[in-house]
Every structure is written in structure tokens, then in C-alpha cells.
Design a protein around this ligand. Structure first.
Ligand code: SF4
Length: 301
């Protein structure tokens, strides 16, 4: 029995071939780091943004073409998702953005996916993306870091972006026919289970087309690490995470694609929780819990 609308099955159904996502470093920054809306960034964000690995080149075309070639040779995928992952991928001058996006559209790239913030979405950027999508025949996904629907928590984590901007951004993104994917975090400082589930309800009600869940990671050099070291913050346990995921999935409409149940981490700079280093183990534990407790997407609506 299919318990949730997983990304792999969704892609296979829509594109008919195996697809792989390639993370790119577009050399972006973030308005919450450069002083435009805030300084220092969110308290869990390390200075490399959400980039998982060191990329050995700043040339976007080279980053993607090398990876596509390698994966096609290994027969691991036939089509690809070019993903601007680190910092805010829609933050920059329009012409610069155009160059970066088009540089990512190597042969076999079917989807341009961009991670960003709700306050970095506007009509000019969406028009630019619509133009690229039409000319280059690619689909566009925009991944928005919501993390929490609580403006109180948003203040604690220094998000510097009101929650209401998220649903407005989702509306705008969808009006261009693009997919809007929400990033949600479980285990933020001061958040109860109720608050985390409220975030899931809020994101679902906003009309998102996809969601990525992840546990809060304490990374070296972040403000969250300082709170952790002073004993003012405790990392979420695997048991707590499993329980919350099992309660979150039933709150999502079947149309929402679950892009990720647990994320990978930069092992070298991870302080806690250490259980996230074992991603396959965590995924297995989640799947087992879904089976055992008969967890099914949309069953709680
Ligand atoms: S919005 Fe994203 S990139 Fe910017 S500081 Fe927060 S986590 Fe980092």
C-alpha cells in the first residue's frame, strides 16, 4: 500500500524516466545575511547556507554538465533537476539571475528548481522564470524556506520574514504554473508538537504542491550551537522526530508531493543530533512506523 505521495513515484509518473536532482552552487547570498532585511542569518544557518558538499567549481555550466555526464554514464538517470540549493536563489539582479539559471540548463535538464525565501519572490522574477521556462522547455519549482508558521518562533530563529508572505508567495508562484515546495523544520527552539503540526496545516492550506521535512541540525559556528552549548536548546531526538512525521503526513492532501522525509547533513560540521548521520536508518524507521501505525497521507483531513 502506498502510504504517501513520494517524489520518486511522482517524477516517474510525470516524466516517464528516472530522474536525479543535482545541487548547484549559484554563488548567491541572502537578504537575511547581507543586512537588507537582517544580519547573521537564521540561527541554524551556517555560513555556507544549506550547501551539502564542497563543489569544486564556481562555473554553473561546468558543475551541471560534469554531473549529468557522470550520472548518464553510470545509467543512474535519464533526466535531471537542476537545483540551486544554497542561500536565496532568487536574490540578485535580474540579468545576473537569468545568466545563472540558463547556465544550469544543460542537456537533459527537465526541471529548474530554486531554493529561496518568500520575500525574494516578486513578479519580475516570476516573469523572468516564465520566459526561461517557455524558451528552454523546462518546468520550474520554487522551494520556499518556511520552517515554521509561528511568527514568534520566526523571531527567535531570526528568520526576518513574516509568515503571511509565504502564502502570498505560494499564490504568485502557482499563478505562473510553477510548483511551490515548502521546507519545514521540526525541533525549532520553543516549539511544541502542536506548533509543528500547525505549521504543516498552514503550509497545506497555502496550497503548496510539495513539502520537504527536516529536523533542526545544530551546525558548527552557528548561533544555535551557542544556545546548545549553554544548555538553552536541546536537539530533537529520533523518537520525537518519527512521532511528529507520523502525525504530519496525515495532514497533507494527497496532491502534495513529499520530497523529503529526512535530510542529509554535512557530517564534518554537524554538532547534534547525531542520529541524522544515519539517513537510511532514519528513513527505514519512518517507513516501519508508517506500516506499524497505519499512517496514510490525507487520512487526518
Ligand atoms: S533564509 Fe535561508 S539562507 Fe537565509 S539565513 Fe535563513 S536559512 Fe540561511
Amino acid at each position: 500500500m502506498k502510504r504517501y505521495n513520494d517524489l520518486k513515484s511522482f517524477l516517474l509518473k510525470r516524466y516517464g524516466v528516472k530522474m536525479v536532482k543535482i545541487s548547484l552552487d549559484g554563488g548567491f547570498t541572502c537578504p537575511n545575511r547581507d543586512g537588507s532585511v537582517g544580519v547573521g542569518g537564521c540561527i541554524f544557518c551556517d555560513e555556507r547556507g544549506s550547501r551539502e558538499k564542497e563543489l569544486d567549481t564556481n562555473d554553473i555550466s561546468l558543475q551541471i554538465s560534469k554531473k549529468v555526464e557522470e550520472l548518464v554514464q553510470k545509467k543512474e538517470a535519464e533526466k535531471f533537476i537542476a537545483y540551486f540549493q544554497n542561500f536565496s536563489g532568487t536574490y540578485g539582479a535580474l540579468e545576473t539571475l537569468r545568466k545563472k539559471y540558463t547556465a544550469a540548463l544543460a542537456e537533459r535538464v527537465a526541471i529548474l528548481s530554486i531554493g529561496t525565501r518568500a520575500d525574494c519572490i516578486n513578479e519580475d522574477i516570476l516573469r523572468l522564470l516564465a520566459d526561461i521556462a517557455e524558451k528552454e522547455k523546462v518546468d520550474v519549482w520554487i522551494e520556499l524556506g518556511l520552517q515554521t508558521s509561528s511568527d514568534l518562533t520566526a523571531e527567535i530563529i531570526n528568520r526576518c520574514c513574516k509568515t503571511e508572505l509565504f502564502s502570498r508567495a505560494v499564490d504568485r508562484i502557482k499563478s505562473y504554473g510553477f510548483e511551490a515546495v515548502a521546507h519545514l523544520m521540526f525541533g525549532l527552539p520553543g516549539e511544541s508538537e502542536q506548533m509543528m503540526l500547525d505549521t504543516v496545516r498552514y503550509a497545506a492550506a497555502s496550497g503548496i504542491s510539495g513539502v520537504k521535512f527536516h529536523a533542526v541540525y545544530i551546525m558548527k559556528g552557528t548561533v544555535l550551537e551557542e544556545l546548545f552549548n549553554r544548555g538553552e536548546y536541546k536537539a530533537i531526538t529520533r523518537g520525537e522526530y518519527l512521532n511528529i512525521i507520523a502525525k504530519a503526513i496525515p495532514l497533507l492532501p494527497t496532491s502534495v508531493v513529499v520530497h523529503r522525509l529526512v535530510s542529509s547533513c554535512k557530517r564534518e560540521t554537524l554538532i547534534a543530533p547525531l542520529w541524522v548521520k544515519d539517513k537510511p536508518g532514519s528513513l527505514n524507521a519512518i517507513e516501519e512506523k508508517f506500516e506499524r501505525d497505519n499512517i496514510v497521507q490525507a487520512s487526518g483531513l
